[in-house]
Design a protein around this ligand. Sequence first.
Ligand SMILES: C[S@@+](CC[C@H](N)C(=O)[O-])C[C@H]1O[C@@H](n2cnc3c(N)ncnc32)[C@H](O)[C@@H]1O
Length: 362
Amino acid sequence: MTPAKVPPAGLVRAIERVRHHLRRVHQRAVPPPAAMLEMILGAWVAQGIAAAAQLGVADALADGPLRPEELARRVQADPDALDRLMRALVGEGIFRRTRDGRYALNALGDTLRKGAPVSIAGMARFVGSPQHREHWSHLADAVRTGEAVIPKLRGKEAFDYIGSEPELGGIFNDAMTSVSELAIAPVVAAYDFSRFGTIADIGGGHGRLLAAILQATPDAQGVLYDLAQVLDGAPDLLTKYGVAERVRVVAGSFFDSVPAGADTYIMKNIIHDWPDDKALTILRNVREAAGPGTTLLLVEAVIPEHDREFLGKWTDMEMLIGIAARERTEDQYRKLYQQSGFRLTRIVPTASPFSLVEGVAI
Ligand SMILES: C[S@@+](CC[C@H](N)C(=O)[O-])C[C@H]1O[C@@H](n2cnc3c(N)ncnc32)[C@H](O)[C@@H]1O
């Protein structure tokens, strides 16, 4: 498999800054109530995208443009209502209409296809699900109390609740896979892993990130560590990416211990799932396993100092609502590192919203 082309992180940040200023110009060009209304009604656009994903519109258009009645027949929708939804989406740049009035995929619409290279259909359906909508409707309570919404509303911890709802659980897994996939190529492009002999991915799921790193470092060995029930899916994935023979798959809980002896420990989107006390337990267990001088790499959406848009400022709210966890700033990661026997050495930006928080065991 050829590695995906990734633009330099600096170029992406420069484009983000330009986009930020254009957005501010746009906001100031209309009366403030109109600018505010536009942002509030973004919820309708998101729900329209979710509906298209639920109906499978992009999959129905995968073989070519369709007349509105034929599209409605394929996705089993009311022809008039679907035509009106498509008109609204096309207005947002999602799907397009051909000169002869048929609906067709375009680049944005294609991201809702289940088989797209990186499909966002799962995320659209998760964010548009009645359950997720209900959780977010309690954001003010979460902010008032600093407590998670899901346990109070559902009587269970978030991951138990999602696991107990089969359809929602499937959508959630699809959503996490697609968002994670977006970060893999930028992370591998941003960091030189070739100096490490053994790379351990702690909480590595089925091993997608580890597989991508090992493909880029043909001489390295890998250790994949996660809960036993999660690792069932690992061998197929590692075989698919041709790295199975270089990976030792180890089951266990990072709250108990972590496999010893790796040259670097990487954890992607793990620490942001936990409040500080639990995060410190995990990091101290990694430190127990890691000899002095060993590299620690967290892949996280590190909240920047600036006051511009940043996706992590919203995933931070998602963490609060679900599990009373959080995204963190560089200073907050530095403090966690100090308290667990590491020294934060640098933050390595990537072309995605994720950075590598590099540290060394002291
Ligand atoms: C948000 S996912 C991140 C997965 C992967 N690193 C990624 O970025 O795609 C959190 C991972 O932590 C794992 N996990 C949760 N609790 C764990 C524990 N006690 N010990 C080991 N892994 C755990 C989950 O099974 C899951 O794979």
